[in-house]
Design a protein around this ligand. Structure first.
Ligand code: NAD
Length: 368
């Protein structure tokens, strides 16, 4: 399909079929079957959670990065430093969907022994939805905190400025619940994640009109401030725009984004966001993660205390008669249930962009 041919307005794809299609694309692009399946699983997991910005919309970009050598197939972690309670690990620019879970599993093993473990991951390929890593630790009964940056990925202006200085730097805190789905707080410190601007630029949901800032200080929701002129399904290039994302919460989000750079960029021994270093154009995530075993802290009373307090918060008087107080992670649980039943909605442009990448690799689209 040419860039200018009309695309269907939107399409709903069953999750399992979409996951298999993405896996086939990455297998055709050169990944081992296991890694290709893992990439499919985590990208679709982001869509199921409602975070389309970190879902299958990333397929064309990931495939392009693999071809350019900006991300590498089949990587493992290299341990740079290690004690019983911490490790510094290098992801060797491997897929985040491969080196991410390996780093989490190392943190789980250590925290189960010591009660508290820190894993500093540098040079991971894009780690996608960070909530997936918190949820993995929660499945093992652990709390976790994750601070993330993007080396070479500056997109966001600091409070009071218009020049790009931070990446979108997400923070995630996850708390397991007895017998239930964990509480997951997981968001970018930018007003919106870059992928949400990507979704908007491809005919998806618009971003709020205070998400971006122009070089003259004008506040706007126009994706062109990030990507420059936008045409069809061409890969969006965030170096082309003259503006920047804004941080959420004015100076507070800006301060958190700054600290993510120090924790995930400086402390991991990776790199802060900033002008792209010489060499292949490569965007990697750094992530400082803390894993906590509640058994070494509040002990058996922890699970009950979490349930009691969560119920108390949920019982707050809603702000409007038809309103409801939601806990962190609840919107994602609901979206997951709905999308497992009805399929994953994708804009026609996103579907066409994935189809174009698949066609180049001679992978036929699934029959729907
Ligand atoms: P968001 O603004 O949608 O916020 C999501 C968080 O807010 C979730 O914890 C959710 O449960 C909670 N939430 C939402 N509505 C709520 C409500 N009404 N009541 C209570 N809680 C509510 O998220 P975002 O900033 O757009 O980030 C999207 C995703 O992008 C995240 O998964 C993040 O990890 C990912 N991300 C990744 C990178 C990367 O470099 N890998 C960079 C930026 C963002």
């Amino acid at each position: 399909m040419s860039d200018h041919a009309p695309h269907p307005a939107s399409i709903a794809v069953p999750a399992a079929r979409l996951q298999a299609y993405v896996a086939e694309i990455f297998a055709a692009a050169g990944c081992e079957a296991e890694e290709a399946a893992r990439i499919g699983r985590y990208l679709v997991s982001a869509n199921l959670a409602g975070h389309d910005s970190h879902g299958v919309i990333r397929v064309p970009r990931y495939v392009a990065w693999l071809k350019e050598g900006a991300v590498r197939a089949g990587q493992r972690l290299t341990i740079v430093q290690e004690t019983p309670s911490h490790a510094v690990v290098d992801g060797n620019c491997g897929f985040g969907q491969t080196v991410g879970p390996l780093a989490v599993d190392l943190g789980i093993v250590k925290a189960k022994t010591t009660g508290l473990a820190a894993i500093a991951l540098r040079r991971a390929g894009h780690l996608g939805r960070i909530g997936d890593w918190g949820e993995r630790a929660a499945e093992a009964g652990l709390l976790s905190l994750h601070f993330v940056n993007v080396a070479g990925g500056e997109l966001t202006a600091p409070f009071g400025g218009v020049s790009r200085r931070f990446a979108t730097n997400p923070i995630c805190i996850t708390v397991p619940r007895a017998g239930g789905v964990p509480l997951v707080l997981d968001f970018a410190t930018s007003r919106v994640a870059e992928g949400k601007v990507l979704v908007a630029s491809q005919g998806g949901k618009k971003v709020p009109d205070d998400s971006l800032i122009g070089p003259d200080g004008t506040i706007s929701g126009d994706p062109r401030l990030l990507y420059g002129e936008i045409e069809g399904t061409h890969l969006r290039d965030a170096t082309k725009g003259k503006g920047a994302l804004r941080t959420f919460g004015e100076h507070k989000g800006s301060g958190l984004a700054f600290m993510c750079e120090l924790l995930a960029g400086c402390l991991t021994g990776g790199a802060t966001s900033g002008p792209m270093p010489e060499g292949p154009r490569r965007i990697t995530n750094g992530m400082l993660s803390l894993y906590i075993d509640p058994g070494h802290f509040a002990g058996a009373g922890f699970a009950r205390a979490v349930e009691d307090y969560a119920a108390y918060v949920k019982a707050a008087q809603p702000a409007s008669p038809d309103g409801e107080v939601l806990l962190p992670g609840e919107p994602e649980i609901r979206t997951r249930e709905a999308r497992l039943a009805a399929g994953i909605p994708l804009s026609g442009e996103t579907w066409a962009a994935i189809g174009a990448t698949a066609a180049e690799l001679r992978v036929p689209p699934p029959s729907l």
